[in-house]
Design a protein around this ligand. Structure first.
Ligand code: UDX
Ligand code: UDX
Length: 464
């Protein structure tokens, strides 16, 4: 069997590498328009940082895994084509700020139709609004030259930072489709390493909606515990204790109850906005409002964290040196899309703070690009003030210690393990006093830090 995957991103790359590793008899060709990205997949320095991914790519690349920009020939040769291109939130026209931009998916469908002969299975891997498969099917059947297609929905549930483990040992694989033959063809690929009872099949729309719903429920849990973190701060309770207490109820469960500066990542916000748009479209206003509140709460949590910093530091951070530890939206990834750190940094820069930023996996170029984007208006314009703030008030350092030297405060944005085991006596000695720590991830040992002399403020701990 020959598989082609269009889109060599955070989803397409790792997923195809795992299929190639587990199915040596299947030839897997990953294509992308972006030459630099493909070059990186073919190098020792992969474009996606994921623990354990290097070894898998090395094992399969050159054997049955290929990365190239030869999109058309790869599609033409394949029996099964995965669409794994990005579907960002629309920034213009109807549904701007909510609906998914399906431009790339439609282009892929047209391209597949144009170059295909015989029969192909087309698999939606990108997260899509409900009933997109229907549109893809129509494009395929009306623009092609006699080729026939089955369209399946096969949403990805991997989380970044643990992608390899999630792919290796998924809770479930979901395949939505009409044709039992096509479903079986895809199921037999996963069945090489995933137990059959974890391969669920549904109709196409249930599959599409399940992906949006899973992300909405997960994001809702984070917003729920973050909402309680505000109550904890106001009343003197400890959100980690509350999380532990409720998480022992087997109906609630212990996972995904970590209070934070707010969720980020490419999926949660986009998928909830998508769900909200869908509900509005079908006239379900109350349902749309219900889910939108998850985003409203998340925005509040990011804003609240920045405001707490300013308030605690005597109501001004102007020209104060604040060390920002972490920029990625979670640990063990180099992905910064929708990272809460970007929003907190913007708010602090608006207060004229001097930010010294360090992330073990994110480079200066990305940090500056993220700041430019968050300060830009809808047309991508930056005010001279914002431009000036990014140029003059942002330093990107090479270690957590380096950015903390001389700082008035440290703000922990990402829960990288390396932040837990630093020489805090040395760090305290190098900082201005009082030396503030704002732990946005509750990963540091409060008592120890307080003994050293830090003034520690954690998310969801009373007495802050
Ligand atoms: C994407 C979607 O965002 C997500 O909703 C879905 O579940 C899986 O695919 P991700 O892999 O994280 O997630 O996106 P990204 O890292 O942006 O990769 C998409 C790739 O597609 C990019 O490398 C881009 O260059 C490529 N692309 C995009 C094409 O090759 N052709 C196109 O027409 C558009
Ligand atoms: C998510 C889904 O988990 C995954 O199934 C889907 O395929 C894509 O979207 P991802 O965004 O990669 O994965 O990471 P995830 O671990 O879900 O974290 C998302 C955000 O929530 C991160 O910013 C994380 O820090 C935050 N989070 C998560 C919390 O703040 N608290 C938690 O308890 C869990």
């Amino acid at each position: 069997m020959k598989i082609c995957c269009i889109g060599a991103g955070y989803v397409g790359g790792p997923t195809m590498a795992m299929i190639a590793k587990q199915c040596p008899d299947v030839s897997v060709h990953v294509v992308d328009l972006n030459q630099a990205r493909i070059d990186a997949w073919n190098s020792a320095d992969l474009p996606v940082y994921e623990p354990g991914l290097d070894g898998i790519v090395q094992e399969a690349r050159g054997r049955n895994l290929r990365f190239s920009t030869e999109v058309e020939s790869a599609i033409a040769e394949a029996d099964m084509v995965f669409i794994s291109v990005n579907t960002p939130t629309k920034t213009y026209g109807t549904g701007a700020g909510r609906a998914a931009n399906l431009e790339f998916v439609e282009k892929c469908a047209r391209q597949i139709a144009r170059v295909s002969h015989g029969h192909k299975i087309v698999v939606e891997k990108s997260t899509l609004p409900v009933r997109t498969a229907e549109a893809v099917k129509r494009i395929l059947s009306t623009t092609g030259n006699g080729a026939t297609f089955d369209v399946l929905s096969n949403p990805e549930f991997l989380a970044e930072g643990t992608a390899v483990q999630d792919l290796l040992n998924p809770d479930r694989v979901l395949i939505g489709g009409e044709s039992t033959q096509a479903i079986e063809a895809l199921a037999s690929v996963y069945a090489k390493w995933v137990p059959r009872n974890r391969i669920l099949t549904t109709n196409v729309w249930s599959s599409e909606l399940s992906k949006l719903t899973a992300n909405a429920f997960l994001a809702q849990r984070v917003s729920s515990i973050n909402a309680i973190s505000a109550v904890c701060e106001a009343t003197g309770a400890d959100v980690d204790e509350v999380a532990r207490a409720i998480g022992t109820d087997s109906r609630i469960g212990p996972k995904f109850l970590k209070a934070s500066i707010g969720f980020g990542g490419s999926c949660f916000q986009k998928d909830i906005l998508n769900l909200v748009y869908l509900c509005e479209h079908f006239g379900l206003k109350e349902v749309a409002d219900y889910w939108e509140q998850v985003i409203i709460l998340n925005d509040y949590q990011k804003r609240r964290f920045a405001q707490n910093i300013v308030r605690t530091m005597f109501n001004t951070v102007s020209n104060k040196h604040i060390a920002i530890w972490g920029w990625a939206f979670k640990k063990d990834t180099n992905d910064t899309r929708e990272s809460a750190a970007i929003h907190v940094a913007r708010d602090l820069l608006n207060e004229r703070a001097q930010l010294h930023i360090y992330d073990p996996r994110v480079e200066r170029k990305q940090i500056v690009a993220d700041l430019k984007e968050v300060f830009s208006d809808a047309d991508g314009h930056l005010t001279p003030t914002a431009q000036n703030l990014i140029e003059k008030n942002v330093v990107v350092g090479t270690s957590a210690l380096a950015v903390a030297a001389g700082a008035h405060a440290i703000a922990v944005m990402t829960e990288w393990d390396e932040f837990k085991t630093l020489d805090f006596e040395k760090i305290h000695g190098s900082m201005q006093k009082p030396a503030f720590v704002f732990d946005g991830r509750n990963i540091l040992d409060n008592d120890r830090l307080s003994q050293i002399g830090f003034e520690v403020h954690s998310v969801g701990r009373g007495g802050n």
